[in-house]
Structures are given as C-alpha cells and as structure tokens.
Design a protein around this ligand. Sequence first.
Ligand code: 8YV
Length: 323
Amino acid sequence: MQPKIFVTRPLPQPVMELLKAHGEVELYPEDAPIPAEELMQACRDVDGLLVVSNRVTEELLSQAKQLKVISTPSVGYDNIDVAACTRRKIVVTNTVGMLEETTADLAFGLLLATARRLVEADRFARAGRWKYWQYNLLYGANVYQKTLGLIGFGKIGQAMARRARGFAMRILYSTRHRVADEIERELGAAYVEKETLLQQSDFVSLHVPLTPETRHLIQARDLELMKPTAFLINTARGPVVDEEALVSALKAKKLAGAGLDVFENEPRIHPDLLTMEQVVLIPHLGSATAETRLKMAMLAAQNLTAALSGQRPPNVVNPEVYR
Ligand code: 8YV
C-alpha cells in the first residue's frame, strides 16, 4: 500500500510531482494556514506530513497514529512539538542550508532600509510632499564603518557578517557556542558577551532560533543598554523580543529605530508600531524569493519521501529517533 502524505499548502508543481511519485497525496489547497481542527482530522491516517507554519501539537500527534515523518520547508521548527515527536519516534526534518543567504540578504536590506529611512522616504515621495531639494531632508544613519552586533552566529548570522564586511563594519557577535578561531578571523568577528554587544553596537541583528531559552532574550533591561542612536533588526522570531518592551523603548527614544520582519503574535502587529515612522515593518519575508522557496519545498519533499522509503533524510532535527 502506498503511504499517505498530507501537504498543508499548494507547493510548486515539480515538488507535488515528487510527492505523488512516492505516495497518495492530499493537499489543503489554500496558501493560508489550515484550521487546526481540520489539520487534526487530516492527519488521522497519514504517514507523512509536510507542514508550513501550522502548529503541530501533542494533541494532534496523539490522533495521528500512523505518522512517521513531519517535514517543514523552513529552518525554524518552533511550531512543532519536537520532543513529543521524538517520544513517538516521528522523524522531524527542516531545510537547513537552503535559505540562510536569502534571509541574510533580507536582514541586511532591512538594516539599510531602517538606517536610511527608505520606506519613510518612499511614503514622503508618494504623498507628493517633495517640493524642492533640501539640505537636511530625511537624514539617516551611516552604515559604513559602524558596529554590527550579531546575536546568534549560525549560518544566517555568519552570512550577515560576510555582508557587513563589504560595508567595512566592525563585527561583534554573541552566541551560546563560540565559533572556531579560523571562522572569527575569516569573518573579522569578535566574540563578546551580550551586554557588551548591546552597549557597543550601532545595529543589533538577531539570528537565534526560538527556544524556551531565547524567548524574550531581548527585554526592557537589554534595550536599556543600547545606544539611543542604535537600531534593532529582527528577522529571527518575534517572541525573541519582548514586543511591549520594544514599543516602550522606541517611544522613550532608548533606541533610534527597528527593522522587523517577525512579530510576537503574527500576523498581528502591535498597533503602536504601526504609527511609528522610525520602524520598518515587513510580513515575515526572510526566505521569500521564488528560487529559494522552490529549493526549500523541494528539499522538504525529499526529506519526507526519504523517510517514508525507510532512508535517513539528510536534515533530521531529532536524530534521537534513530537511536
Ligand atoms: C519560512 C522561516 O518561510 O525558515 C524559517 O524558519 O522563518 C521562513 O523561511 C517560514 O517559517 C514558513 O515555513
């Protein structure tokens, strides 16, 4: 009997074809989250689940007695209760290696847009407010030769460092596991404690996964340490920042601005952020290019079909299931 596969979003045709070659595929046809109850129903008799952004809870898993593999086309997997999957010997896979450069492009773009007020300037121009060239119109902040503080120094953090070198930036990083000397030398990055990084950086960019340890990693006391001229860039996960504290700090001018791709309660954006000129707000677009999304979806399908064929997929996030 062919394995049953459930896919929560329409994916590019070659990806769907690959899945169909390996099993009986059922698809939620909208590019929107499937309602939780419907997902639970759909998973009752499936062997493989390819899930985008929906939460995969213990409750869902308890109903999904046949499930052997869950594959997500993302690097983050905080939407999946991985510990509960491991207890049930369900393999969980992600798409590490596919989207880091694309996400770093966006993070650096957000940094530039925030520093140079690009979105505000666009709003100004479109509103017909540009009457004549002005010497002091829409001053921004220099990026060149400034200090960039990277919190989290995995693949995306390091890709940011490579971009920052082109801007002759001084690069600081803080992370749980300090990287090898060669990598520090190659990227010209100095390891410092988070407090030092916050105090010295002109731009603080977040590149950690969301885990219980990183939830609210940036709180009021951290924002307090930042320079009043500094900017916070978040393309990681919204809950890494205490959004209420960020709003208060921005209002009190404890920092100069923020570039945010992710939010604490997506897709809700804090209403006060919506009124602030010094923030750039974009809807979770880190990996959003056609090329990268295709590669992510393809790898997610390959991970899924490998596991269903009894092979060990290359991107297993819970290798304990094989012990
Ligand atoms: C995904 C992301 O597109 O990879 C991640 O962790 O945040 C994005 O690239 C998004 O999570 C949907 O799966």
